[in-house]
Design a protein around this ligand. Structure first.
Ligand SMILES: [Zn+2]
Ligand SMILES: [Zn+2]
Length: 136
């Protein structure tokens, strides 16, 4: 069981039930949801929740380094509770984004044509395992 209160405290973020619920949701669902998806998922349980709160909370969490914001593949930002570098694989059939845990620090801290690399992201597209299985 993860102590979300402790995580908020450690990052200097004031405690609130909404903040904890948003963090808990992202921890439980590794689907890289958008702010809107998170809002839709939590509104039943918390009718007082506003979209603005969700957006602001996600922004704060990202700035504090608790979450990673992904603006890959589409014009929408998706969030995840995973700040360890990994590869993203997006299925063109079911639109799911999968995490592939493979380290790829080969270019980190390297200089490329005078530019210093701090991080790099690998985003792959293809047909996921479960879509391939159902095709056969
Ligand atoms: Zn798929
Ligand atoms: Zn991911």
């Amino acid at each position: 069981m993860i102590d979300f209160k402790k995580i908020l405290k450690e990052h200097g973020i004031p405690l609130s039930l909404q903040r904890i619920k948003i963090l808990e949701y992202l921890h439980n669902f590794k689907t890289h949801p958008t702010a809107d998806m998170i809002y839709q998922a939590l509104i039943e349980e918390m009718p007082m929740l506003s979209k603005t709160t969700v957006y602001n909370t996600l922004k704060t969490f990202t700035e504090k380094g608790i979450l990673t914001a992904l603006s890959i593949f589409e014009n929408e930002v998706r969030y995840e509770y995973n700040t360890v570098p990994h590869i993203h694989f997006k299925c063109v059939k079911c639109n799911k984004i999968y995490d592939i845990s493979k380290t790829y620090d080969c270019l980190k801290n390297e200089e490329l044509e005078g530019h210093k690399v701090l991080e790099h992201h690998i985003n792959l597209k293809g047909i996921c395992k479960s879509c391939r299985d159902s095709e056969e």
